[in-house]
Design a binder for this molecule. Structure first.
Ligand SMILES: NC(=O)c1ccc[n+]([C@@H]2O[C@H](COP(=O)([O-])OP(=O)(O)OC[C@H]3O[C@@H](n4cnc5c(N)ncnc54)[C@H](O)[C@@H]3O)[C@@H](O)[C@H]2O)c1
Length: 428
């Protein structure tokens, strides 16, 4: 614990930065990860920045992105493969090659399609790198335990990017729930409907029925959040989906509704989809409602996570989906003027990535021994703010149960805890 305090007292900007490799150059990297890491680079937390994809085309788009150029003048990343390669030529081993030349105990941020996370996180750990992975970490509980053990053995940090934990409203709810101000969660609903135009993106290549679905893709944020706020473990899951075709003809679940049963009998219904109208003020539709039982009265937590009160109507141009009248919440991610050159990324998405990277940086700057690094990792998991495999493993169990359930058209799947947590079909 003394080492953890020493880590906290470190002056972040006066010491050696950490090199960062981002793997994947798609939407989430463009919209959140790269701008955040660029900012950490200019504040001295991050050193050399590498971005790796299976082909050069997404990297070229990142380099040419006008908004990123305006926000981060003079900043750049090393592209793997090089942009001199044909844009669509596929380099399947690109990430392995980058890892082979990485200095030990730097940072890797994994931002590729869900089904690739396990292999890439494992490869990064075996190459002695700290890792931040976009959610969901992996698609099975056994894999999350394996990665947790591997990381701890090597004294490497693994964080999972559940950024809703960093939304101030989530932190307020968590704090007040722990004080008993609401009573005990008993019934709720949440939704996260992403825009229709997502169907035209690279999603159509990987968001297919046998790989993922909207519940696993974004519903999981609210699964994590209810656990983050209440500490209640999910014990059963039923997810039903609605299939449809992407423009390229691939079939995916475009909509999903899941019910999660908790250890205290509470129930949560979560709707998710790729269908928020492009013409609507959006930019997506999301929110959380939780009812709680108190002593002779009830409590309630309600978060409107969509329209947070800022509205624009443009005389020139439009929002991402094409709408002229827009809700423009600054809470998740925005690039805003600041006291330095260009623009600064702000929001809870930024806070979440920054906290994960800064945790790795502190560990390295404190020159901890292997045992001290393990202790520091355990302390982060116990603190329960940053999501780690040790404190967010219920998500893998829910994902595993959800995938089984949706493929069986909504059959209930039970989560069994104890020495060997696992999922199984509900006994009838
Ligand atoms: N709200 C959130 O937390 C949030 C939002 C969006 C995406 N995500 C997650 O981020 C991940 C990526 O999503 P996205 O929207 O950026 O998808 P995307 O399809 O836009 O981008 C994925 C990128 O990964 C690249 N890629 C695929 N295979 C690769 C390989 N073997 N090596 C290197 N690169 C490879 C693709 O070429 C593509 O550029 C998914 O796991 C998704 O669930 C999270």
């Amino acid at each position: 614990m003394r080492e953890t305090n020493r880590m906290k007292n470190d002056d972040m900007n006066e010491q050696q930065p950490l090199d960062v490799t981002i793997v994947g150059g798609g939407m989430i990297v463009t919209d959140l990860i790269l701008p955040t890491v660029y900012h950490l680079q200019r504040t001295g937390v991050v050193g050399t920045l590498h971005v790796c994809d299976r082909c050069a085309a997404p990297l070229k788009a990142l380099k040419e992105n006008a908004e990123l150029k305006r926000a981060f003048p003079g900043q750049d990343f090393v592209a793997h493969p090089s942009l001199s390669e044909p844009a669509d030529k596929v380099f399947p081993d690109q990430f392995a090659q980058v890892l082979a030349t990485s200095r030990p105990r730097q940072a890797v941020i994994v931002a590729v399609p869900d089904q690739l996370h396990y292999g890439m996180v494992k490869a990064a750990l075996l190459a002695d790198q700290h890792v931040l992975c976009v959610k969901p970490l992996v698609l099975s509980y056994a894999q999350s335990v394996e990665l947790e053990k591997l990381a701890l053995e090597r004294g490497l940090y693994v964080g999972v990017e559940y950024h809703k934990r960093f939304d101030r409203r989530s932190l307020v709810a968590k704090s007040m729930y722990a004080q008993g101000r609401f009573g005990t969660f008993v019934m709720g609903e949440a939704k996260l409907i992403e825009p229709y135009y997502y169907r035209n993106s690279n999603f159509q290549n990987w968001f297919v029925c046998d790989k993922t679905d909207p519940f696993v893709y974004v519903g999981c944020h609210y699964v994590d959040l209810v656990y983050f706020i209440t500490g209640l473990k999910p014990v059963a899951v039923s997810v039903s989906g609605v299939k449809g075709r992407f423009p390229n003809g691939n079939e995916g679940y475009l909509w999903a509704n899941g019910r999660v049963r908790y250890e205290n009998g509470g129930l949560m219904s979560i709707s998710a989809g790729l269908g928020y109208p492009n013409d609507a003020a959006g930019s997506n539709d999301q929110g959380l409602l939780m009812y709680c039982e108190g002593d002779g009265k009830s409590g309630m937590i309600q978060h409107d996570d969509q329209d947070r009160g800022v509205r624009h109507s443009y005389a020139e141009g439009a929002g991402a989906g094409g709408s002229v009248y827009n809700y423009v919440s600054p809470d998740f991610f925005r690039l805003v003027p600041w006291e330095g050159a260009g623009l600064k990324p702000v929001g809870y998405g930024v806070d979440s990535i920054a906290s994960n990277v800064e945790t790795m940086v502190r560990m390295e700057r404190a020159s901890l021994s292997l045992e001290q690094r393990r202790e520091a990792i355990r302390a982060v998991s116990e603190a329960g703010i940053l999501a780690t495999p040790a404190n967010s493993f219920i998500n893998e169990l829910v994902v595993e149960a959800a995938r089984r359930s949706i493929l069986a058209d909504g059959e209930w799947v039970t989560i069994v805890y104890g020495d060997q947590p696992h999922v199984e079909e509900r006994r009838k």
